[in-house]
Design a protein around this ligand. Structure first.
Ligand SMILES: Cc1ncc(C[n+]2csc(CCOP(=O)(O)OP(=O)(O)O)c2C)c(N)n1
Ligand SMILES: [Mg+2]
Length: 337
């Protein structure tokens, strides 16, 4: 990336620093990695190489990348059933991600977690969680731990709008506010919980919920990585300075079904609505256009990044397909915390 950044710096706005440029290209690459990763997930499902189902993050990439780019490696995140994007954005490599999805030994959980239970404590990923809202307690506990140990680590809890129907999140927000814990609750409001439009199951507004606990709340366009990044950075800074928890509402959209098997969706949302988000509100297109308008990149550079990411993702699939399954002798290992 450095070479590319330097190359573009010549034509860039003089106000854009080379390290900024490198970081923005890195964010574009990260978002594209998630997008292409999820396309391969669908192929693996259709070809029956992947056991079970998976929930694609496509369309929501700016949220995970915008937030995780403000974090250090020793900061922690918790994730959801729709978690591939969070894991990749926090630094997971595609080879081990695909291996986990296929149940293979080099996977992040030695193939025993699968799509919905990927964890990487060394990279600060405390784990995806298939229990809707379930990770709120873990993320808040991690923040309490950081505070008690006297570190300035920050804990981020990703969850969907559907998790707002769970009681746990209200219990932990109460504690986080009282004890000024360094935790950020990131609500990915993608307008649906499974096959139900969220307004049918959410009374009042999302914002009113954290504000009832006095938690500092920001709402952003989740398709605009610049807006997500800036808001997340502000919340991270507050946490590090001991000012307590934050709540970030990211308005976004999932392009595909609730999971890979949810093909016919017209009974709960229209094709026109899906087309609108994909053509007018696509986070990658928006970032690509912005980079070009700033003179930070041109179409050729973006195409080159796409070729590189595509090759990496395809190599990751091949790695996972060729990887061994865990040995039968370890069937009862690594399965209890
Ligand atoms: C406690 C619990 N209740 C119900 C489910 C079934 N379920 C799985 S995903 C989901 C909807 C989640 O919606 P949201 O939190 O908005 O996340 P999204 O899928 O939109 O990313 C439900 C109800 C579950 N996994 N856990
Ligand atoms: Mg949702």
């Amino acid at each position: 990336m450095t070479e590319r950044a330097t190359e573009a710096a010549g034509s860039a706005d003089p106000g854009v620093r080379a390290d900024d440029l490198e970081q923005w290209l890195h964010r574009y690459q990260q978002m594209l990695t998630i997008r292409l990763f999820e396309e391969e997930v669908n192929e693996l499902y259709k070809s029956r190489l992947m056991p079970g189902l998976a929930h694609q993050y496509s369309g929501e990439e700016a949220v995970a990348v915008g937030v995780c780019e403000t974090l250090r490696r020793d900061d922690t995140i918790t994730s959801t059933h729709r978690g591939h994007g969070h894991c990749l954005a926090k630094g997971a490599v595609v080879d081990r991600m695909f291996a986990e999805l296929l149940g293979k030994a080099p996977g992040y959980c030695r193939g025993k977690g699968g799509s919905m239970h990927i964890a990487d404590p060394e990279g600060g990923n405390l784990g995806a969680n298939a229990i809707v809202g379930g990770s709120a307690g873990i993320a808040t506990g991690a923040a309490l731990s950081a505070k008690m140990r006297g570190t300035d680590q920050v804990s981020v809890c990703f969850f969907g709008d559907g998790a707002l129907g769970q009681g746990l999140i209200y219990e932990v927000m109460n504690m986080a506010a009282l004890w000024k814990l360094p935790v950020i609750y990131v609500c990915e409001n993608n307008l649906y919980s499974e096959y139900t439009p969220s307004p049918q199951v959410l009374a009042g507004t999302i914002r009113a919920r954290p504000e009832a606990f006095g938690i500092y709340t920001v709402e952003v366009d989740g398709q605009d990585i610049g807006a997500v990044y800036e808001a997340a950075q502000g919340l991270v800074d507050r946490c590090r300075q001991g000012e307590g928890p934050g709540f970030l509402i990211c308005n976004t959209y999932r392009y595909y079904g609730h999971h890979v098997g949810d093909i016919n969706r017209t009974y709960y949302r229209s094709k026109e609505e899906e087309a609108y988000w994909r053509t007018e509100r696509d986070p990658l297109t928006l970032l690509g256009s912005w980079l070009q308008a700033q003179g930070m990149a041109d179409a050729g550079m973006l195409a080159q990044i796409e070729r590189e990411v595509d090759a990496t993702v395809k190599a990751g699939v091949a790695f996972a397909i060729n990887a061994p399954y865990p040995d039968k002798s370890e069937v009862d290992q690594h399965v209890y915390a």
